[in-house]
Design a protein around this ligand. Structure first.
Ligand code: FES
Length: 225
């Protein structure tokens, strides 16, 4: 059954802003992002909200709901008391663009500093195959949806302006770890655990060498990317 909920939402831009109060309809089964969309549709067409999937997959809708880091598309209204005022503010760690939308671009700038995938120089495309376990190891890192809420609650960046642009967020570490564990990558990215095999593959000491040079008897080949 529907009810009228009290919402308090931060409105503003880089020059400043304030919390503004709204009363908005809530229906059974809705999430906070539904309410933000209803506000856009009925009261505040200029409310800036970032979202894409509405399924907890894209990491776009990150915000602080009642002071806690939340994906607004995954935060059910049923977790709040109907009499409770729900306060939605942008992620504090990142610079404000407008309303609930923040600028996370320095995460992407930082990730671009990582040297790209580098196979052995004498290895031609199609001249090797990867085991499924190597594919799975790389894909493990892709499970992070890069909502950046972990950075939002890290006081090292949240409360220290001087650290924000230099801080290597999840996008940086995911990319770095994925490449460092790639069985065919030979780039030296300054990680101390790297070693090399006679085949030219660079691997972590904890990982068994699984990259296989193609031979005339190799049943299959697969690209590493
Ligand atoms: Fe994609 Fe919320 S809209 S995670």
């Amino acid at each position: 059954m529907g009810y009228e909920a009290a919402f308090r939402i931060w409105r503003g831009d880089v020059d400043g802003g304030d919390l503004q109060d709204y009363t908005v309809e809530v229906n059974e089964g809705e999430v906070v992002l539904d309410i933000l969309h209803r506000l856009q549709a009925t009261q505040t067409p200029d409310l800036a909200v970032r979202w894409n999937c509405k399924a907890g997959k894209c990491g776009s809708c990150s915000a602080e709901v009642n002071g806690r880091p939340r994906l607004t598309c995954m935060t059910r209204m049923s977790v709040f008391d109907p009499d409770e005022t729900v306060t939605v503010t942008p992620m504090r760690t990142f610079p404000i663009i407008r309303d609930l939308v923040t600028d996370v671009s320095f995460n992407y700038a930082k990730a671009r500093q990582i040297p790209s995938f580098t196979p052995p120089a004498d290895l031609a495309p199609g001249d090797y195959r990867m085991q499924q376990i190597d594919v799975q190891r790389s894909q493990e890192f892709r499970k992070c949806i890069e909502c950046f809420l972990c950075q939002n609650v890290c006081h090292v960046v949240r409360d220290h302006e001087e650290n924000k642009e230099a801080f290597a967020g999840p996008r940086f570490f995911i990319r770095l770890a994925e490449l460092e564990m790639h069985p065919l990558d030979v780039a030296d990215r300054g990680m101390p655990h790297r070693t090399r095999t006679d085949s030219g593959c660079a691997i972590s000491r904890s990982a068994a060498p699984r990259c296989v040079r193609r031979t005339s008897t190799s049943p299959t080949t697969r690209s590493s990317r």
